[in-house]
Design a protein around this ligand. Structure first.
Ligand SMILES: Cc1ncc(COP(=O)(O)O)c(C=O)c1O
Length: 407
């Protein structure tokens, strides 16, 4: 396979070689069912528990507070479902307009069943007005669910403050922390979180395994009802190889936190600054800080993001418009729309999300190919005249000045 220039780490991540190594024995040799009476199966249960301890360590939880699920989507659904089932008199949910569809669509589903869901608006920089959140909580609010960091802009919400508000009002607080491991320090105890979702494929482990943290003081009503796995909190035979992989990836995420916040942050900043400085009519979407160190979301006026992505793809470059889960849809990003970005500008927005496997040379490669693609598409756009690329003194980056550079 030719080299892939991968700038879509918020969509999914490459499985770390160490993680592949850790999971392979559980596909090849130790494939028994952990619930079996015989030792070939039952001895595997120990490895599920070791993985549980490792994931717990990532978020500073106790192992028994960690439930393995099938994905971040299931974890989010299960958290809100549990809060509603345990408080049948409370039929109101508070969330935000910029959540992942795992929350937004679940909210729509709940509304069709007679629940009330408030989607809090965000400011133009993607931040949340916590006073508004405070005022929105009612006596019949069962749960507040606010993501820790936004998958499209990387904007980080004040989770500790929100948790404190919820605690003072006696309302459960859930956070979708799917985008944070390895990028943000996660401590469920000091932040006072009741429920938290993770997904393994965002931290260099396989797809199809997630975690729901449930604070031990909080009751939990199962979402998947079946066998007695996960102490009766989630039916279904454990995805052992992927759970073991999640444990190994959690260890790695603790050790790569520094790299993400120094080297990867520098790469992201260099990419962002170079694009904004050299390509006219570009705007960063979302606050500069607090923001995930790996994410930048940029609007390119007078182009369609899908066309840019197709041309980048010809050079082996992977990026995203909106969130990966909505790619293919012609609708502009709901996150950018909630921030008041115009539909036209939102349609010309790209997300670049870097990761620990990205190098300087890869950023150089992207910066070499992106400007002429934008120039070419703008030249073809009926909305504008060709806009020349402005040369800037960005170290180590060769910027082709002409459209002819792309063939
Ligand atoms: C913020 C956020 N929440 C939830 C999910 C869903 O996770 P999964 O793909 O494991 O269902 C994603 C995936 O993109 C995400 O970015």
């Amino acid at each position: 396979m030719s080299h892939i220039y991968y700038f879509d780490n918020n969509a999914t991540t490459r499985i770390a070689p160490e993680v592949v190594e850790a999971m392979i024995p559980f596909l090849r040799e130790h494939w028994g069912n952990p619930s079996s009476a015989y030792s070939f199966g039952s001895k595997i249960a120990k490895h599920v528990e070791i993985a549980r301890e490792k994931v717990a360590a990532l978020i500073h939880a106790e192992a028994k507070e960690v439930i393995f699920t099938s994905c971040g989507t299931e974890s989010n659904n299960a958290a809100i479902h549990s809060a509603l089932m345990l408080n049948p008199d409370k039929r109101h949910v508070v969330t935000t307009a910029v959540e992942h569809s795992a929350n937004l669509k679940f909210g729509e589903y709940l509304k069709r069943r007679g629940y009330e869901v408030t989607y809090l608006p965000v400011e133009s920089d993607g931040s949340l007005d916590v006073h508004l959140l405070d005022q929105t909580i009612r006596p019949d609010t069962a749960v507040v669910s606010v993501m820790w960091a936004n998958n499209e802009t990387g904007v980080i919400f004040p989770i500790e403050e929100i948790a404190a508000i919820c605690r003072s009002k006696g309302v459960l607080f859930h956070t979708d922390a799917v985008q944070t491991p390895g990028k943000v320090k996660l401590d469920v105890k000091t932040t006072g979180i009741d429920l938290l979702s993770l997904s393994a494929h965002k931290l260099h482990a396989p797809k199809g395994v997630g975690v729901l943290y449930v604070n031990r003081r909080v009751k939990f009503h199962p979402y998947l009802i079946g066998g007695g796995q996960e102490s009766g909190r989630r039916g279904g035979t454990e995805n052992v190889a992927s759970i073991v992989a999640f444990g190994r990836a959690a260890e790695l995420a603790i050790s790569t936190l520094d790299d993400e916040n120094t080297r990867v942050r520098c790469l992201r900043d260099r990419l962002e600054q170079a694009v904004l400085a050299t390509i006219p009519n570009t705007t960063r979407n979302g606050a500069k800080e607090p923001r995930l160190p790996n994410t930048t979301n940029i609007s390119f006026d007078h182009v369609e993001a899908e066309a840019v992505l197709k041309m980048l793809d010809q050079f082996g470059i992977c990026a995203s418009s909106g969130s990966a889960c909505t790619t293919g849809s012609v609708e502009p990003s709901h996150v950018l729309m909630a921030m008041g970005v115009s539909p036209t500008r939102a349609r010309g927005s790209l997300r670049f999300s870097l990761g620990i496997y990205n190098s300087e040379a890869e950023v150089d490669y992207l910066l070499k190919h992106l400007p002429p693609i934008i120039t070419k598409l703008r030249a073809m756009s009926p909305a504008t005249q060709p806009t020349p690329i402005v040369s800037a003194d960005i170290p180590r980056v060769a910027h082709p000045q002409t459209v002819e550079a792309i063939t």
